[in-house]
Design a protein around this ligand. Structure first.
Ligand SMILES: CC(C)(COP(=O)(O)OP(=O)(O)OC[C@H]1O[C@@H](n2cnc3c(N)ncnc32)[C@H](O)[C@@H]1OP(=O)(O)O)[C@@H](O)C(=O)NCCC(=O)NCCS
Length: 187
């Protein structure tokens, strides 16, 4: 039996009243809204965004294309899957980022798997995706939003804080290299 590693995670939350302003992507990039046939493109973009980052260890599904495809199908199949909160970022060299959102059983928006490919970071794509997702929740009638982030993921924590998300809870996630079930990363 493999001993799991424990990762410290923050739950962060913010009100969507009012929602944050939308952010235009930089020149050459555009946001692409959800369509069912884009599911595998979301998965492949997540893989390229997470594979070499720490969350690929926290959620082993994120470290393989197959795992990301399982994960995307699991998210898509949830009752609260929220198409308005799911976005791809198209760029000059292909898709450079993705985000998904679900509405949980309490009616709160839960951001899932925000990722930008390593070569495309630091130019506002993460912020534009996050703004599109939370505005999508707002349009779907959601008024409070939360997410989870690995505590030492400084770029992500900074982005979420800049967006007004505040830490409400500390959790520990047990990750085993043998983890096989498609566990949505953000919830
Ligand atoms: C977290 C993540 C999504 C951020 O994506 P990103 O596209 O780099 O985000 P942004 O460009 O909006 O912001 C990143 C930084 O670039 C800066 N920036 C944004 N636009 C800029 C510009 N035009 N010029 C210079 N800097 C810019 C931001 O101020 C920010 O700086 P900071 O980190 O010092 O606060 C990305 O690092 C990632 O995908 N990481 C791996 C996956 C992951 O961990 N996801 C989070 C799961 S919870």
């Amino acid at each position: 039996m493999t001993t799991p590693r424990y990762f410290k995670r923050f739950r962060m939350e913010r009100s969507l009243v009012p929602p944050p302003a939308l952010i235009a992507p930089p020149p050459g990039f555009r946001l692409v809204g959800w369509k069912d046939h884009l599911l595998d493109l979301h998965a492949d973009t997540l893989f390229r965004s997470f594979a070499d980052d720490p969350d690929g260890k926290v959620f082993p599904n994120l470290a393989s294309v197959t795992g990301c495809r399982f994960l995307m199908r699991a998210v898509w199949g949830l009752r609260g899957f929220c198409p308005a909160a799911c976005w791809l970022m198209a760029g000059p060299d292909g898709f450079a980022g993705a985000v998904q959102g679900v509405v949980d059983s309490a009616g709160l928006g839960a951001i899932q798997n925000l990722g930008v490919t390593p070569d495309a970071r630091g130019q506002g794509l993460g912020a534009a995706l996050l703004a599109a997702a939370v505005n999508g929740f707002h349009r779907a009638g959601v008024r409070w939003c939360h997410l989870e982030v690995t505590a030492d993921n400084d770029p992500a924590v900074r982005l979420y804080r800049r967006f007004g998300f505040r830490k409400t809870r500390v959790k520990y996630h047990a990750a085993s290299p043998a983890e096989a079930a498609p566990t949505p990363a953000g919830v």
